[in-house]
Write a protein that binds this ligand. Structure first.
Ligand code: NA7
Length: 531
C-alpha cells in the first residue's frame, strides 16, 4: 500500500479477533503485523485458565465459520467446550492458516499515536521499538483487563494470590489448603465447585448473588454433530438471524400470555434444556419487569431445592432481575454449598475491610486462609483501550475523549482517531451476541472498507462526529429499553470504582446492527469522512 510505513496494518491482540483479522488482511495482500502481550495466542482463552473454565455458548456455534473446511474438520468433544479445548482450537487455526509467522508474542503495545502529517499510526512497543502503519486495528477483546480491587493490606498477606483471568500456566494444586474466593460471577461459579473438591476448606465472599442455570454439559452425540455438519451454513444462518447471534429454541410470546401452570411448564422445559437459552422461554423477559419476576421466582425456587440450609439458600438466591447481570451457566455450583468444607460469607452490607498476614477481615471478624482467588472480573470493554496511551488528532488521548464513557461510531471507529478500527468495540453488539460471530462480521466489514479505500486511492477514514453522536444516542436509547441496563454489572463498568456508569454494548440486536453496518458500507461509508 505504501512503503513509507513498516506495515499497512498493525493488529493489537492475537485472540480470535486478531487471528481472523491477520488471515483476512494477509489474504488481501496487505503487509500486516500482530502484536500480542501473552506468550501465546488465544486472548481470553489464553489467560483464563482457572479450574472449570468453559465457554457458556455451545461449542458447535462458538467457532469460526469463515472456512467450511475448518468447521468440517474440527471436532468438539463436549456441548460446552473447556478452556484447554478452545485454546487447542485457536492453535489449530493459527497453524492451519500459517498465522504464527506474522504474530509477535510477548509484546505489549504501550502507546499508539496518530501522525496527522503522514496519516500513519506510530506504535511504541514495550521493548522501546517503534513501528508505523497506515491502519491500527485494536483487537483487544472485551474482557481482557482484570479488575483487582485495591484492598488495604493485600501486600501483607503471606499466602498465595491468584486472579481467575491471570491463572498460572502450571496450574494450582489446592490440596490441603484453605482457600478463599472473592466474587460470585461466572468465573467464580465455574471454579468454586472444582476448587471445593480439592481444597481443605473454601470460603466464598459474596457481595451480590447471581442467577445460574444448569449447563447439563455432556459429550456431543456423533449423530447430532453429523446433522449440524451436513448443513453448517444453515445453522449459521439461523444464528445470524437471532438477536444474540446464537441459535436456540425460543418462544415468541409473552410470559403473561399463558396461565401460571403453563408458565411453570415452559420454564421447566427451558430449565431442562439449560444454559443461557433459559431467557428464551418468553420474549419479554428482558423488557417487562413483571414477566422477568416470574422467571426469577422460578429459578429462586430451584436454588432453594438445591441448597439444604434455608438461610444459606436465601443468601444465594438473588432478589434481582434475572439476566440483568449476565446470566451464569453452572455445573453443581449451588450444591457445592451443601459441602462441609465450604462457607459463604456475605459482604453485601459489611464490605471486606482489608487483608492481614493470614487472611482478611469483614466487620472486624477474621477469616484465615492460605490462598485467595480474585474472581472479581474485568475492567470490561474499555479497560484494554485505556491502558494503552492512544492519541489521535491534535494529540487527544482516547482516555480523555472517553472520560464520561466510550463514544464510537458503530463500535468500529471513534471520531478524532482516523484509520483506527476496533473489533467488537463498545457500541457494537459484542458480548451481547456470540463473540466469534461478531468478530467475523467486524473483520469482514473492516477488510471490505480498506479494500474500498484501496480501490479509490484513499488513505484516511474517520468517523464523523455528528454520526458518532447519533449512534451513541441510539445505543443509549436501546439500552434504556432493556432491563439489562437497570443494575450494576460489568456491561456498565459496575465493578470498577469511579467508572462512569454507561451501558457499553449495543443491545438493539445482531441482525439490526449488521443491517446498519451493511447499509453504511453500501452508501459509500455514510457517516465516515474518507480522503
Ligand atoms: P464478573 O461477572 O464481573 O464478577 C465479578 C464478581 O466479583 C462479582 O460477583 C462482583 O460482585 C465481585 N466483586 C468485584 N469487586 C468486589 C469487591 N471489591 N468485593 C467483593 N466482591 C467484588 O466477572 P467474571 O470473571 O465472573 O465474569 C465475567 C464474564 O466472563 C462473564 O459474565 C461471562 O460472560 C464470561 P458485584 O456483582 O459487583 O457485587
Amino acid at each position: 500500500m505504501t512503503s513509507a510505513t513498516d506495515f499497512d496494518a498493525v493488529v493489537v491482540g492475537a485472540g480470535f479477533a486478531g487471528l481472523y483479522m491477520l488471515h483476512r488482511l494477509r489474504g488481501e495482500g496487505y503487509r500486516v503485523r500482530v502484536y500480542e502481550a501473552g506468550a501465546g495466542i488465544g486472548g481470553t482463552w489464553y489467560w483464563n485458565r482457572y479450574p472449570g473454565a468453559r465457554c457458556d455458548v455451545e461449542s458447535m456455534q462458538y467457532s469460526y465459520q469463515f472456512s467450511e473446511e475448518l468447521q468440517q474438520e474440527w471436532e468438539w468433544s463436549e456441548k460446552y467446550a473447556t478452556q484447554p479445548e478452545i485454546l487447542d482450537y485457536a492453535e489449530h487455526v493459527a497453524e492451519r492458516f500459517d498465522l504464527h509467522r506474522d504474530i509477535q508474542l510477548n509484546t505489549t503495545v504501550a502507546a499508539a499515536v496518530y501522525d496527522e502529517g503522514g496519516d500513519v499510526w506510530r506504535l511504541e512497543l514495550d521493548g522501546g521499538d517503534v513501528v508505523t502503519a497506515r491502519y491500527c486495528v485494536m483487537a483487544l477483546g472485551c474482557l481482557s483487563t482484570t479488575n483487582k480491587p485495591d484492598f488495604p493490606g493485600l501486600e501483607d498477606f503471606q499466602g498465595a494470590v491468584y486472579h481467575t483471568g491471570e491463572w498460572p500456566h502450571e496450574g494450582v494444586d489446592f490440596t490441603s489448603r484453605r482457600v478463599a474466593v472473592i466474587g460470585t460471577g461466572s468465573s467464580a461459579i465455574q471454579s468454586i465447585p472444582v476448587i471445593a473438591e480439592q481444597a481443605e476448606h473454601l470460603t466464598v465472599f459474596q457481595r451480590t448473588p447471581n442467577f445460574a442455570i444448569p449447563a447439563w454439559n455432556a459429550p456431543l452425540e456423533p449423530d447430532e454433530v453429523r446433522a449440524i455438519k451436513a448443513d453448517y451454513a444453515g445453522l449459521r444462518a439461523k444464528a445470524k438471524a437471532r438477536q444474540t447471534g446464537v441459535y436456540f429454541l425460543s418462544n415468541e410470546f409473552s410470559a403473561h400470555s399463558v396461565n401460571a401452570a403453563e408458565r411453570e411448564g415452559i420454564y421447566e422445559e427451558f430449565w431442562t434444556r439449560g444454559g443461557l437459552s433459559f431467557l428464551g422461554a418468553f420474549d419479554d423477559l428482558l423488557v417487562d419487569e413483571t414477566a422477568n419476576a416470574t422467571a426469577a421466582a422460578f429459578v429462586r425456587a430451584k436454588i432453594r431445592e438445591k441448597v439444604a440450609n434455608p438461610a444459606l439458600a436465601d443468601l444465594l438466591a438473588p432478589q434481582t432481575i434475572i439476566g440483568c447481570k449476565r446470566l451464569c451457566v453452572d455445573s453443581g455450583y449451588f450444591e457445592t454449598f451443601n459441602r462441609d468444607n465450604v462457607t459463604l460469607v456475605d459482604v453485601s452490607e459489611d464490605a471486606i475491610d482489608g487483608f492481614t498476614a493470614s487472611g482478611l477481615t469483614v466487620a472486624g471478624a477474621a477469616h484465615n486462609f492460605d490462598a485467595v482467588v480474585f474472581a472479581t472480573g474485568f475492567d470490561a470493554m474499555t479497560g484494554s483501550f485505556t491502558r494503552i496511551d492512544i492519541r489521535g488528532r491534535d494529540g487527544l488521548p482516547l482516555n480523555r475523549k472517553w472520560e464520561a464513557g466510550p463514544r464510537t461510531y458503530l463500535g468500529l471507529c471513534t471520531a478524532g482517531f482516523p484509520n483506527m478500527f476496533m473489533i467488537t468495540g463498545p457500541g457494537s453488539p459484542s458480548v451481547l451476541a456470540s463473540m466469534i460471530q461478531t468478530i467475523e462480521q467486524h473483520v469482514d466489514w473492516i477488510v471490505d472498507c480498506m479494500g474500498h479505500m484501496r480501490d479509490k486511492g484513499q488513505v484516511m477514514i474517520e468517523a464523523e462526529l455528528a454520526d458518532e453522536d447519533a449512534w451513541v444516542e441510539h445505543v443509549n436509547e436501546a439500552a434504556a429499553k432493556s432491563l439489562r441496563s437497570t443494575c450494576s454489572s460489568w456491561y456498565l463498568g459496575g465493578s470498577i470504582p469511579g467508572r462512569p456508569r454507561v451501558f457499553m454494548p449495543y443491545i438493539g440486536g445482531f441482525p439490526i446492527y449488521v443491517e446498519k453496518c451493511d447499509s453504511v458500507a453500501a452508501a459509500d461509508y455514510a457517516g465516515f469522512r474518507l480522503a
